[in-house]
Write a protein that binds this ligand. Structure first.
Ligand code: GLC
Length: 690
């Protein structure tokens, strides 16, 4: 059951679909303390799930989180905000409920930080809508919440392939080289990402014609090889006379305004920019329309960046800093004044003062940015998503964003931003996934191999072994760091086998993704969601359920040759890889072993991938392929328990059209008591045991 309560004058974030009549009476579960403050006791065994993109564990207890979309590459244990604001959590204890705080400014979630046995929620201003959900289980609560906020974004099927990114591939030849070397190495690939240097002077919707003289030709040439180009789009529009996006935006009044009504000036990659006022419907339509420029050149996917929005400095902030720095010029700088001088420059970036200094022309009136800060990335991506629906009504386009708010999950996915080539960030990647799924973000993944810092081959191998399960599977790294394209490392065969396994597993992974999206379910679940009666499962922070049949337990420590794994029930261990025969299909490397419930130490070599199958469940797999288009989704092999008499509902479609709800996309696979496989459905699937 969902109950809504409104306080003050809530801003309409459009996170929720449909309308709910607010309650009058007192709120169940939470104590209203007034002024946007709510609290509830946490009993010793209560677990708190949710909060989407944040640091720390699956259980969010024991830290304080702030929803303020932040351009912060330091994903440390003590970081309070990352790029998204995902104000939904589930308390699973003596009180069991979910709460969604629909408020677009700053929200603080003190989850047992100040007092270990108290949860406190505080919004910056007391104008908000609160949705309280009770249900039979955390999973039931999540499903109700997801129904409240609407169906998650569905990308094209090719976007479930592997993507290679780098800040930046500087020209067409470099891109061609990446494609050629992947193909030479026999490592599957479906996308190459174009970072900011494909543009002319970091101007959105332009292409540097010296570096990319024929973008549409290049896109077509790569598509022949099954590879898509995916360019980045940044939030800031460069101020430059003669640049049509800038000139038109000014003329049509589509940019965010200063207090005095002039266009707000900030700076990002190109220097001074204006921000499209994406909270304004017309401006949103105007900005979204520009994606057409790239769609017309054969582009079928985009990543939206710097849309917190990130600000290097504002005109005013820079002016103030210079004049104060000038005043220090003649001083003897001691520890305090030297610190202040440093702070002047460091404090220019993403300054709260700047966020308080500009305005949006929303349908309900002029609104100061900081009050709706967390909606910017959401609405930038919505601008793109709405444009795609209008421009390409029949076709899915890949779209994901850095910044987000719940509601944006209907328009695009997210990647988890600028992580580091750290072992602990493999675990963080794993732990974020179910929390993001709870909040509606199903199409998601981290920068595999790590964005900042130098990667190592062993780290990359282990990270890829997790990455083959994340819907967005992209290797991305920052300028100046060690190159991390997979073909550059000595153990190319190991990388080939790991990435190939993704393509082998695609029928299952895609089916599980689609069922989660269409049924408002989760693709990644904490163990406790699948085994609610198992007290130990509640403690497991480094294993996940992937869909209904599979449990994963990746290795995330350097030099570990394996790890302890908790099995809530009897399971089949499935092991792939470990073969160095260059031409061998990874499917042929499969080894299976039945394990009893409980704790096991499992050896996992660097070139292997291990996962666990639930009894009574099945996993349809393919022969793999060099790109998604090569994968045969018709002739499938089945992993599972022949003796069990079990069934699986397989979802499959052409991967391009938006006709998701057609019943013909479902094939029912079942195994009778003698182990014979039967299929029901019109999809013409041929399924055999592996
Ligand atoms: C931001 C993005 C990163 C990108 C870089 C340059 O840091 O998060 O992915 O590579 O900008 O565009």
């Amino acid at each position: 059951m969902i109950r809504k309560k409104s306080y003050g004058h809530p801003f309409d974030t459009e996170a929720v679909v449909g309308s709910y009549t607010p309650l009058d009476g007192p709120l169940p579960f939470l104590t209203e303390e007034g002024g946007g403050r709510f609290s509830c006791p946490l009993d010793e065994d209560a677990v708190v799930y949710g909060l989407g993109e944040n640091v720390r564990g699956i259980n969010k207890r024991g830290w304080i989180y702030e929803s303020v979309c932040s351009d912060d590459p330091n994903h440390r244990e003590d970081t309070r905000s990352l790029y998204g604001a995902h104000n939904f959590l589930v308390v699973d204890g003596a009180r069991r409920f979910g709460v969604f705080v629909d408020y677009p400014g700053k929200v603080t979630f003190d989850v047992g930080y100040t007092d270990g046995s108290v949860l406190t929620i505080q919004t910056e201003e007391p104008d908000l809508a609160l949705y309280l959900i009770d249900g039979d289980s955390p999973e039931d609560i999540v499903r109700q919440f997801r129904t409240l906020v609407g169906r998650s974004y569905i990308p094209p099927k090719w976007a479930f392939g592997y993507g290679q990114s780098r800040w930046s591939y500087m020209n067409a030849d470099e891109v061609r080289e990446v494609a050629a070397r992947y193909r030479e190495a026999g490592i599957p690939l479906d996308a190459i990402y174009l970072d900011i240097d494909y543009m002319e002077g970091y101007k959105d919707f332009t292409v540097n014609r010296n570096a990319f003289p024929d973008l549409s030709g290049l896109a077509a040439e790569l598509k022949e090889q099954g590879i898509r180009l995916v360019p980045i789009i940044d939030a800031g529009v460069k101020i430059e006379p003669g640049y049509p996006v800038y000139e038109e935006g000014v003329r049509q009044g589509c940019f965010c305004k200063d207090e005095d009504g002039s266009d707000f000036v900030a700076a990002v990659w190109p220097g001074r920019v204006h921000f499209p006022d994406v909270l304004n419907e017309e401006a949103r339509r105007w900005f979204g329309g520009y994606y057409k420029v790239l769609l017309e050149q054969g582009i079928e996917g985009f990543w939206n960046d710097m849309n917190e929005p990130a600000i290097f400095y504002s005109e005013q902030g820079l002016e103030n800093a210079f004049s104060q720095i000038d005043a220090y010029r003649t001083e003897n700088l001691d520890i305090h004044t030297y610190g202040a001088l440093q702070g002047l420059v460091a404090g220019l970036k993403n300054s709260p003062e700047d966020y308080r200094s500009f305005y949006h022309r929303h349908k309900d009136g002029l609104v100061r940015h900081d009050r709706v800060h967390n909606l910017y990335g959401y609405n930038m991506t919505r601008a793109a998503g709405e444009a795609m629906e209008a421009l390409e009504p029949e076709k899915r386009i890949l779209l994901f964003s850095r910044s987000s708010y719940i509601g944006m999950h209907r328009y695009g996915g997210i990647w988890t931003g600028d992580n580091l080539s750290w072992w602990s960030h493999i675990l963080l990647n794993l732990q974020m996934m179910p929390s993001l799924n709870m909040c509606g973000f199903l199409y998601t993944g981290a920068d595999l191999g790590g964005f900042g810092g130098d990667t190592t081959e062993d780290l990359l191998l282990r990270w890829m072994a997790l990455g083959i399960f994340t819907p967005l599977m992209r290797n991305h790294s920052a300028t100046g760091t060690r190159r991390q394209e997979l073909y550059r490392f000595p153990h190319v065969v190991a990388f080939r086998q790991i990435v190939s396994l993704r393509y082998v597993l695609l029928p299952y992974l895609y089916s599980e993704y689609m069922k989660a999206a269409l049924g408002n379910g989760m693709y990644f679940r904490p163990l406790a969601f699948a085994y609610p009666e198992d007290a130990f499962a509640r403690r497991v922070e480094d294993q996940l359920m992937v869909g209904e049949s599979v449990m994963i337990a990746p290795v995330y420590q350097q030099h570990a040759r394996g790890r302890y794994v908790y099995l809530p029930e009897r399971m089949k261990l499935v092991r792939f890889g470990g073969s160095h025969q260059a031409g061998q299909n990874v499917l042929e490397t499969v080894q299976e072993e039945l394990l009893e419930p409980g704790h096991h130490y499992i050896d996992v070599a660097l070139d292997e991938v291990v996962f666990f199958l639930r009894p009574g469940h099945l996993v349809p797999v393919s022969q793999g392929g060099g790109c998604v288009a090569d994968v045969d989704f018709t002739h499938l092999k089945l992993l599972g328990y022949p003796e069990d008499g079990c069934s699986y509902e397989l979802y499959d479609d052409d991967g391009f059209r938006r006709d998701y709800d057609t019943p013909a996309h479902i094939t029912r696979i079942y195994v009778d008591s003698s182990g014979v496989i039967h299929t029901e459905g019109t999809g013409g699937k041929d399924v055999q045991w592996l």
